[in-house]
Ligand binder design. Structure first.
Ligand code: NAD
Ligand code: TDX
Length: 346
């Protein structure tokens, strides 16, 4: 594989994936297509500025003209689609952007990749498409899709489109479904980075409901290694679950974070529950582990300590994101004018 298109590479997971791939494969070059929504941050890949194997293209995956031209002329060996609206709470306020990017955007990418006969297409999906588990059991790849939020419904719809292109046209697609990621560069609206940055500033930690909901946490670098394994060695047409074997209630996570940060439990604030809040996610990743030899490696306590250190050391990154000022920072650093509309969007 010599040249790949990554979409959504300025977000949390995509940025880690791009850096990891370029480090692992010296022959590989990557084009990153990102719309730079509120969640896309050029600072996440600032260290690649000037790297000849990396190219940034600002654009919208739902813009068929733009995408057809980019993929038609790109000579890509693969497309890896991370681009998405990714936050469940936002989908409950306005599902429009979720339908447009996660469903229409995926359809546009599929059509363009099919027309250009791109040999591999990997759709980065989520365990949330399976819906919610009760107190026992695990999601396998055969668990029926049963999404509960507008976010997960849009991701499930995209998965079904990908599967249909594979079934109907023999389109060479793969799907990964991963559990909750944590690590550096995660937008501070998600549980772990929000609670770290709030606790560091002695601000309340808003726990939805009783805090008994369970998520299966995986370090972002392990997820990206899993995507790499599926991209290169996965069987076309297949779904691969990726999980951390690491179930925790939200309260357990919160107590652990407060302990590691040496902050008091009095920061915990119980707030109204998320509407339709899924009780529990937990992944069986036996298929990826046995077929591809992939396994999550990062110890959770260690990964969380390092994540806390990263957010402590990058308080200015968080502050710039919260104020929207990172756009001006980037422009000062690199002398480029960028997307005034993004600043307006905040
Ligand atoms: P993120 O919100 O941090 O980043 C999303 C990126 O996509 C941003 O850079 C944004 O600018 C870009 N984007 C959004 N709409 C776009 C569009 N129309 N065209 C081009 N670019 C666009 O998300 P993330 O947490 O890095 O998640 C990446 C992918 O992984 C998503 O598909 C998500 O569903 C999936 N996923 C995330 C998790 C998790 O825990 N975060 C777990 C499993 C799967
Ligand atoms: O302030 C909060 N308080 C709280 O109790 C936030 C932001 C979250 N929560 C709870 C809700 C969930 O039970 O914490 C849990 C994790 O919430 P999020 O970080 O919003 O993640 P989740 O809804 O589980 O979805 C995540 O994992 C799957 C990602 O955002 C998705 O993109 C991914 O597909």
């Amino acid at each position: 594989m010599k040249r790949i298109l990554v979409t959504g590479g300025c977000g949390f997971i995509g940025s880690v994936f791009i850096r990891q791939e370029l480090e692992t494969y010296p022959e590989l070059s990557i084009v990153n297509l990102d719309k730079l929504t509120y969640a896309g941050n050029l600072e996440n890949l600032a260290d690649l500025h000037g790297e000849p194997r990396y190219e940034f293209q600002r654009g919208d995956i739902a813009d068929a003209g733009f995408v057809n031209e980019l993929i038609g002329k790109g000579g890509f060996d693969a497309v890896v689609n991370f681009a998405a609206e990714s936050h469940v709470d936002r989908s409950l306020l306005d599902s429009g952007p979720f339908v447009r990017t996660n469903i229409v955007g995926t359809q546009v990418l599929l059509d363009a990749a099919r027309a250009a006969a791109v040999p591999r297409f990997l759709q980065v999906s989520t365990d949330e498409v399976y819906g919610s588990l009760g107190p026992t059991g695990l999601f396998t790849e055969d668990t029926p899709i049963n999404p509960n939020s507008p976010y997960s419904a849009s991701k499930a719809s995209a998965d079904l489109l990908v599967k249909s292109y594979n079934h109907s046209f023999g389109f060479p697609a793969l799907i990964t479904r991963c559990s909750n990621n944590y690590g550096p560069y995660q937008f501070p609206e998600k549980l772990i980075p929000l609670f770290i940055s709030n606790a560091l500033g002695d601000q309340p930690l808003p726990i939805y409901g009783a805090g008994t909901n369970v998520r299966d946490w995986i370090h972002v670098t392990d997820h990206c290694r899993g995507i790499d394994a599926v991209l290169r060695r996965g069987r076309l047409g297949e779904v691969y679950n990726l999980g951390g074997h690491n179930e925790k209630t939200n309260l357990e996570i919160t107590y652990l974070l407060l302990e590691l940060l040496d902050k008091p439990h009095s920061l915990i604030k119980y707030v109204s529950d998320r509407p339709g809040h899924d009780l529990r996610y937990a992944i069986d990743s036996t298929k990826a582990e046995t077929e591809l030899g992939w396994k999550p490696r990062v110890n959770f306590q260690q990964g969380l300590r390092e994540t806390i250190d990263w957010y402590r050391g990058n308080a200015d990154w968080v502050a710039r994101i919260k104020s929207g000022a990172y756009l001006r920072y980037y422009e000062q650093q690199y002398g480029k004018r960028l997307h005034e509309d993004q600043a307006a969007h905040r």
